[in-house]
Design a binder for this molecule. Structure first.
Ligand code: AMP
Length: 437
């Protein structure tokens, strides 16, 4: 019997999830088999589009995010998990994936050898946000970053990759919104125009917007407070203020998306939570997700590599939320077959000498690359068979005194309940031939 622990002193930190080895009712999406299933498909799509994997540390110097994401953003000003190491360095758990990749490619001079550099990552991301379903303080992002080209066709490739990935995992309910956030040539004029337009309404707006008005006016467009949303719906649109270069880039992106048959909506108020974006910004949402409806988003960041100390290099990328993908799949009732983790073979041993023989045989079977297991708790035949059943092992090998004397094992097919004696030396061949059928 499992002991009931009444006063468990520990639980996972708030809004950080354990991903478990078995599905649990109501929380199927927290099953590690599902996570691997999705990750595998993401890797496969990235491979198909020529993106290679990069892994960066879970911590970076805080200044990297201050410099790249921007001091005035919510992420940097309110949401980072910061610490100071023993050397007095200020470090932060990654709140997003792009800046660490940029730091790494500059540090390792990857652009010198690969002027067009296409990367992907799967990594943990930390934001000290107000938690709720779909919004966690630790979440996993699946991201791509492409460096070295300002061609809008690359923007279209990155966007289409994300759309395809969602389709591959069965999320058909997805809406793509695109916008252009301009560039350092056209954005300052818009920023001033927006401030001028907002000023008469500012006293009615929320406290955050009052701060944003001073620090980061474009972020007001992202406000979720209903009254502010209503006010801002009449605000001037950035798309009407774009310079020639940005407008042409946006039109060209639209043409490419249309050529690829990727449906999109133009969202003139779409601004993302980072300062580094230029030109293209996009988000993919799903109607099945409720209030936290963004599956992923990204955009172009043509000044970021240079801002972080590298050579002037354009770039574009996105980050997708793993938890949101899994929750959307669950809401859509997408049935998947997570990779089978049952052992192929389960060994049952009766008696001490038989147990030694079983341990030896178990090692041999595993050395042949076959998943095999035995019971380390139950000693009787019934208990061991019960575990074999529970683990859903399709084959059971029994070794008792008689089998031991004869140098044989009882080979039982659990699906057909057929059982026969076979020589010990034949075991691996028999398992392999069973697996082929
Ligand atoms: P962002 O870079 O903030 O747009 O994040 C990219 C994607 O990561 C979002 O579209 C979400 O799918 C996901 N995401 C962001 N923040 C969280 C969070 N706190 N919890 C779960 N998923 C998140």
């Amino acid at each position: 019997m499992r002991k009931i622990i009444n006063h468990m002193p520990f639980s996972s930190p708030p809004y950080m999830n354990d991903v478990l080895p078995y599905p649990s009712p109501g929380n199927n999406w927290l099953h590690s088999g599902r996570w691997r299933w999705v990750e595998y498909r993401f890797r496969r799509v990235c491979r198909c589009y020529g993106y290679r994997e990069i892994r960066t540390p879970i911590l970076e110097l805080t200044d990297l995010f201050v410099r790249s994401v921007g001091e005035g953003t919510d992420i940097v000003s309110k949401e980072m998990f910061n610490l100071v190491d023993r050397g007095g360095r200020r470090l932060s758990l990654k709140p997003e994936g792009t800046a660490p990749v940029v730091r790494a490619i500059i540090e390792h001079e990857l652009l010198a050898a690969h002027p067009l550099l296409k990367l992907y990552y799967i990594g943990q991301t930390f934001r000290n946000e107000r938690g709720q379903k779909g919004r966690y303080r630790q979440h996993q992002q699946l991201g791509v970053e492409a460096f070295g080209s300002a061609d809008p066709a690359l923007d279209a490739e990155v966007i289409e990759l994300a759309v395809r990935f969602f389709r591959e995992i069965g999320i058909t309910d997805q809406q793509l919104q695109i916008n252009s956030v301009g560039c350092p040539n056209c954005r300052p004029a818009y920023r001033e125009g927006l401030k001028k337009w907002v000023k008469p309404f500012l006293s009615e707006m929320c406290g955050d917007c009052k701060t944003r008005y001073e620090v980061n006016p474009l972020r007001m467009l992202d406000c979720k407070v209903p009254h502010d949303v209503e006010i801002l719906s009449g605000a001037p649109k950035l798309l009407d203020w774009l310079c020639e270069d940005c407008r042409e880039h946006f039109n060209s992106l639209r043409r490419h998306l249309e050529a690829m048959s990727v449906p999109y909506q133009i969202a003139p108020q779409l601004v993302r939570g980072f300062d580094y974006y230029t030109k293209t910004a996009f988000e993919i949402t799903s109607g099945v997700l409720g209030s936290q409806n963004a599956l992923g988003g990204g955009g172009r960041y043509d000044g970021l590599v240079e801002d972080c100390g590298g050579p002037a290099t354009p770039g574009i990328g996105f980050g997708l939320g793993m938890e949101r993908c899994l929750i959307a799949m669950e809401s859509l009732g997408i049935e998947i077959e997570p990779e089978d983790e049952a052992p192929t073979v389960f060994l049952v041993a009766l008696g001490e000498s038989a147990r030694s023989a079983a341990v030896r045989l178990l090692t041999e079977i595993r050395s042949a690359g076959i998943a095999a297991d035995m019971d380390y708790v139950g000693k009787g035949l019934k208990a061991q068979m019960r575990l074999a059943d529970k683990l859903k092992a399709p084959l059971v090998l029994l070794i008792g005194e008689n089998e031991l004397k004869g140098g044989v094992v009882s080979f039982r097919n659990m699906q057909t309940s057929q059982q026969e004696m076979i020589p010990q030396g034949e075991v691996i061949r028999r398992i392999q031939s069973w697996a082929k059928n």
